[in-house]
Design a protein around this ligand. Structure first.
Ligand SMILES: [Zn+2]
Length: 465
């Protein structure tokens, strides 16, 4: 069999791998490329130009850099099944429509400028109907349920501990009466994340494809999050201020809610502090989480049981309408507002930052990775001023950066996973990372397993296994 890497190789976005045998073609993930607009658009649009007829897709999880190019694939003519977990299928129905809406808004914004210059207009990468055309193709499965995807390829999903419903995969590929056991470990999560069960270990495999995102870095301990968050909440409440939390709608928002709920029940923060989730997408995704509580870890189930008894959910409010969102500005009580986007680049968070960032009584809490050239990054780097909607604002609010919530395995987690696959595994394929992280991780594996083949493919490379 051979694997062709159409994305997510020597880079962290656009994950798309094509697995081919003599008889079948299966695509693992179909992610959107992100980064510089024109280049990302070009790569996403043309990702499938050389793709042969594909029988099926196997999807790992609902992050846009893994599922966001499915509408392009379907536009390209794919109409086979998309195998994934039930939770991922549910999350994708909101994530893909939201992504389509962003594509449409983006094209409309560009077209306004192009029309003024008399230049030809652009089409969105895909539209809402394109995204909706993907949804009937989803086939939901449980973890540990082997799925015969084609005559010669069987796939089983395992807990990834990354976002709700995320899966590591075991591909069993039979050719010439020999079965190759190929493990897929990306995106690979971490132990002890709120809500999620810990990642499962793949073992007894012949080859492993593994992410390298933090192949050269270590995270701070997730268990510090509660103390750090309690500290900033209490300081801000004592000042009578608001706590503004820019957050990704999927997973991070629900994790913050979970941690805050625990602090409230443990009486470590004021019991009546209102916590507002102000993002229609986050509200919808939180609803999906509550439909899949069977995937929550034991701590979270115990917390929910306590919370239900104490009736404290009363203080969490989910806000979808624009009117309610605007009204939050007139409410001068201390409160926590969790809103998208996670990097402060668009969405309602901009209004909350504009209205609150100049008041030293308030706090801005950064809970996720902030890419270069984003407003979030300027806040993290303690820039004295920031620009929002074309106006300059002096940052007087307290700034707190919590790097503890990352959903990706760090260097030690990755090496532990590599050690855990066992001696049978003789091939390691490192993907989903910047070149520096991949090289460092490859050196570590070669040092531990000098008998093994270690590959670091680039986009459009092909490997035979
Ligand atoms: Zn992910």
């Amino acid at each position: 069999m051979k694997i062709t890497f159409l994305g997510g190789a020597q880079e962290v976005t656009g994950s798309t791998h094509v697995l081919q045998t003599d008889r079948s073609t299966v695509i693992r993930d179909s992610g959107m490329f992100q980064g510089h607009r024109a280049e990302a658009r070009q790569k996403s649009e043309h990702a499938f130009d050389t793709l042969p007829h594909a029988n099926a897709v196997v999807l790992s999880h609902a992050h846009i850099d893994h599922c966001g190019n499915l509408p392009t694939l379907v536009k390209h003519g794919f109409n086979g099944p998309i195998h994934t977990t039930h939770a991922t299928a549910d999350l994708c129905s909101y994530m893909l429509r939201d992504s389509a809406h962003i594509q449409e808004m983006d094209a409309a914004y560009l077209n306004k400028k192009l029309a003024l210059k008399g230049e030809p207009l652009v089409e969105p990468l895909y539209t809402t109907p394109d995204a909706e055309a993907v949804l009937p193709l989803f086939v939901g499965h449980n973890y540990h349920e082997p799925v015969q995807v084609t005559d010669d390829i069987r796939v089983t999903a395992y807990e990834a501990g990354h976002v709700l419903g995320a899966a590591l995969h075991l591909f069993e590929i039979t050719e010439n009466s020999r079965t190759l056991r190929l493990g897929y470990a990306f995106d690979l999560g971490r132990k002890n994340l709120p809500i999620l069960c810990d990642p499962e270990q793949l073992s007894d495999i012949d080859a492993l494809v593994i992410e390298s995102t933090y192949g050269n870095r270590l995270h701070r301990d997730i268990l510090q999050s509660e103390d750090l968050l309690a500290g900033v909440i209490n300081r801000t409440c004592a000042r009578g201020g608001k706590i503004i939390v820019p957050s990704f709608a999927l997973e991070r928002t629900q994790e913050i809610l979970c941690v805050v709920q625990r602090l409230r029940l443990d009486k470590r923060i004021p019991k009546t502090l209102p916590v507002i989730v102000d993002s229609p997408l986050a509200v919808n995704l939180t609803g999906v989480f509550l439909r899949h509580t069977d995937l929550f870890d034991a701590d979270t189930m115990a917390l929910m049981a306590r919370g239900a008894k104490a009736g404290t959910h009363h203080y969490v409010r989910l806000v979808s309408s624009v009117e309610e969102s605007k009204a939050l500005n007139d409410d001068k009580r201390p409160m926590m507002i969790i809103s998208a986007s996670g990097m402060c680049e668009s969405g309602r968070i901009l209004h909350h930052l504009k209205n609150n960032i100049e008041d030293p009584n308030n706090a801005v809490v950064i809970v996720g990775f902030q890419a270069a050239n984003t407003l979030g990054r300027r806040i993290v780097e303690r820039a004295p001023d920031v620009r929002i909607f074309g106006e300059t604002y002096r940052v007087r609010a307290e700034r707190v950066v919590l790097n503890t919530f990352s959903g990706h395995a760090d260097r030690n987690d990755l090496l532990r996973f590599v050690d855990g696959v066992g001696a049978r595994c003789k091939t390691f394929i490192l993907v989903h990372g910047e070149p520096g992280a991949i090289e460092s991780f490859a050196r570590d594996i070669r040092a531990r397993r000098p008998d093994c083949r270690v590959e670091t493919p680039a986009r459009e490379d092909q490997l035979e296994l």
